[in-house]
Design a protein around this ligand. Sequence first.
Ligand code: 5AD
Ligand code: SF4
Length: 443
Amino acid sequence: MQKTFHITTFGCQMNEHDSEIMAGLLTKAGFTRVEEIQQADIEIMNTCSVRENADKRFFGTLGQLKHRKKAEPGFTVCVCGCMMQQQSVIDTLKAKYPWVDLVFGTHNIHRLPQLLSRVIEERTRLIEILPDMEEIVEGLPAMRLYRHKALVNIMYGCNNFCTYCIVPYTRGREKSRTPEAILAEIRALVEDGVKEVMLLGQNVNSYRGLSADGSCTDFAGLIRRLNEVEGLERIRFMTSHPKDLSDDLIDCFVNCEKLCKNIHLPVQAGSDRVLKRMNRHYTRERYLELVRKLRQAVPEITISTDIICGFPGETEEDFQETLSLVREVEYDSAFTFLYSIRHGTPAERYEDQIPEEVKHDRFNRLVDLVNEISERKNLAYRGHIERVLVESVSKTDQSTLAGRTDGFKLVNFPGTDELIGKTVPVEIVEAKTFSLLGRLARE
Ligand code: 5AD
Ligand code: SF4
């Protein structure tokens, strides 16, 4: 009988894409995906170690599976993702959750079908963690979440070692795919109906793709090649480290018509002192200069960011500099994070950790400011006609469609599902903090 599986994904788009690949691999191997965990013979939990309290939430959710595992020994529990690359997590799993069937990491997801077959056939338990990716495995099938847009990894890992961040330890060193492999994947996706690709990497600006003929393609070069792909309508990317954002890439925003006029440019903090302790390798002024250049080149570009509140040693003055930078840039949106310790990172050892209530107070003030600006920026779209790539029918209302503008603004408007996958003009009639409301306009 065919076994069914369910995947629970925590964290970022990179994890989301890993889950799409795992689903693709398992489907190809004869397993069937189901939407509800209750119907699944196999549960896979793809974990994240960046989000706050990630371990608590993961172990909490995992603990809930114990009863079912006891009642149904054939129910198979697998855990994977960033958290598994931390030895402390593996130690806890061995000591407190010995009933978990399969544990694997971020560097061997391509081995999931073999590992799972062994677990099921030999009724054994397995832990397989590799310290880093030996080489990039190409040609893995992915079961996409959306029919018309796709996530595409262009590189793996990170070399930056920001002092708060666990990613360089869980995802290993930077490795770029070849431009040929990326182009081949995207051409196949377009054949399959994909209109928009989101290029993924921890720092896409340091992409260096080596071709068989010995030539090297940088990120701007890759964008230029992808801009030529017939049938592809939109190119996006994330994430971009400010220290490596080149003039050449800014030029792509002007000259590559498929590159969406939107950039996620994490600033993390507005004070030079904090930026230095975070090991970010840019100053506030250099960051603001980049924003000026981007806006000079493309006045309508939308900009989003990540900001951490309460990094060790952050004073009220430092925090005021973050607020003033946010006011100066006027972000379209911002992901705000409360600093929290990641085990094994340099900032864990900083002695001047900030009290929780101070962090929360700053966080609340920052969120208020960010939301006020987002809403103001969104209101300016009222009366505009935007081209929206329709993604789906709204989950809460079958007569409403959801899609994105070129600038990545979420737009809801009345319409029917035959518009999914099409790019249509929508007049913006109302604006909220996190989305726009519109109505279909004439071509
Ligand atoms: N504490 C708080 N936020 C963090 N981030 C990464 N590590 C931490 C941490 N230890 C945030 C950064 C990053 C985003 C993905 O997560 O802002 O850009
Ligand atoms: Fe983490 Fe910094 Fe690398 Fe981003 S660039 S993944 S924040 S170490």
